[in-house]
Ligand binder design. Structure first.
Ligand SMILES: *Cc1c(COP(=O)(O)O)cnc(C)c1O
Length: 432
């Protein structure tokens, strides 16, 4: 298998684009490799510019729940394009997609569309601050909420303290309002509330997918809700990844805890750039032009993106049982990999939520970021590189979630398990 064209293309791209990529994780740095350049996708497969074909478990990092080139989404986009790419004026498709979102999520009465998950979260936080008249926010270690300033935060001298910027270019003055707590650890949240009576919102991925797949404990979320209510703090579920991925009706439908604000992205755009945030009327009424909290976007709700999102969401609604099928398939994949890994003395921790799956090279169960970080990253890197050679495209970091689509067949999954057994064998031989 040659990847010479990709290697050459990456060299060229690096001369013109920082790191050769327009989003850092794509550079394959954490597995010590270089990325393949994609020519096209079809269903559950990707083809690179060298002509190699891969089973795709990234699916554009989540959006493509029906796989590449889904016929109905493609047709909807082509139809929309014929009428114009963008008007900066209202179109019917926006109301139609809003109607679907409001209908699906119990906690959403009104929704606003933006063009990325980052924008959705950034705006939701401003809205929560405007609504409560407070400045502080609380987030969890290992949760990712996009790259806006106040969310690029790392723990100070331990969790439950105000955070430090995790990136140069973010003033410490911006992150001094961001408190950090430990995922699945309610005591660390209580400490934050003791430290500040000015917390506008708690933001959490209720099914964390950005430290690998680490779902929040049901009781933990319920206690979080109680703490928020007791302190007049809003609870934001960041479902940019888990929304329409884990289940149709949002994490509230499987955890029993209702948030005040939900942020969406990825699947809701069907592969086009769409983000969204919604809440009950009272909160959304604070948003400009109804209220004083400013938020805007030239290409927000543009007709092509709305057409893709509408086609995706309608197809999901018409096929709600897919989540069961997808979950069974995802389970089969990771349980199968876990079993063949064990044959070679390698312990995997696995989990699934709908079409999302995770596997850690870790002897112990993973419930928070510290535990995820304890995984064998070298072993993951070898696994990733060897699976690429076998024709399987997994996310290039231990701290990412895997995705299957409705186009990921049982046969593809069987092939993956078989190939992974060869790879686990190699890894085991190498360490003897
Ligand atoms: C991907 C993601 C974001 C950021 O979305 P972008 O579209 O990449 O800006 C925010 N929150 C979560 C939970 C995500 O998974």
């Amino acid at each position: 298998m040659s990847t010479n064209a990709s290697i050459q293309a990456f060299k060229e791209a690096q001369n013109l684009i920082p790191g050769g990529v327009n989003s850092p994780v794509r550079a394959f740095k954490s597995v010590g490799a270089t990325p393949i350049f994609i020519k096209e996708g079809q269903g559950g497969k990707l083809m690179d510019i060298d002509g190699n074909s891969y089973i795709d478990y990234v699916q554009s990092w989540g959006p493509l729940i029906f796989g590449h080139r889904d016929e109905s989404i493609e047709a909807a986009v082509i139809e929309a394009v014929k009428h114009g790419l963008s008007f900066g004026a209202p179109t019917l498709a926006e109301t139609e997609l809003a109607k679907e979102v409001v209908d699906i999520f119990d906690s959403i009465d009104k929704v606003r569309f933006v063009s990325s998950g980052t924008e959705a979260v950034m705006s939701a936080i401003r809205l929560a601050r405007g609504f409560t008249g407070r400045d502080d926010i609380l987030k969890f270690e290992g949760c990712y909420h996009g790259h806006s300033d106040s969310l690029l935060v790392q723990a100070g001298s331990g969790a439950a303290t105000f955070g430090n910027p995790s990136s140069p270019g973010v003033p410490a003055d911006f992150t001094k309002h961001t408190l950090l707590a430990k995922y699945n650890d309610i005591e660390s949240v209580k400490k934050c509330f003791e430290q500040s009576s000015d917390i506008a919102c708690v933001i959490i991925e209720p099914i964390a997918g950005n430290m690998g797949l680490v779902p929040a404990d049901k009781d933990f979320l319920a206690e979080l809700r109680t703490l928020c209510d007791a302190n007049g703090t809003l609870l934001i579920f960041d479902e940019v990844m888990s929304g329409f991925r884990a289940t149709l009706y949002g994490a509230e439908s499987i955890t029993g805890t209702s948030p005040d604000i939900i942020t969406l992205g990825k699947v809701i755009g069907g592969g086009m750039p769409v983000g969204a945030f919604g809440a009950r009327c009272e909160i959304m009424a604070q948003l400009s032009p109804d209220g004083p909290v400013y938020q805007a976007g030239t290409l927000s709700g543009n007709p092509v993106a709305m057409a893709a999102g509408l086609a995706a969401v309608r197809k999901i609604k018409a096929n709600a049982p897919i989540y069961k099928t997808l979950q069974n398939r995802a389970k089969h994949l990771v349980e199968g990999m876990k079993e063949v890994a064990a044959k070679h003395g390698i312990t995997l921790q696995v989990d699934v939520r709908g079409s999302m799956f995770g596997f850690f090279f870790n002897d112990k169960k993973v419930t928070n970021f510290d535990e995820a970080a304890d995984s064998n990253l070298d072993m993951f890197a070898t696994f990733h590189t060897e699976m690429m050679k076998e024709g399987f495209y997994f996310a290039c970091s231990q701290f990412e979630t895997g995705f299957i689509s409705t186009a990921t067949t049982d046969a593809m999954i069987e092939d993956t398990i078989t190939a992974s057994e060869r790879v686990f064998g190699k890894i085991n031989d190498a360490r003897r």
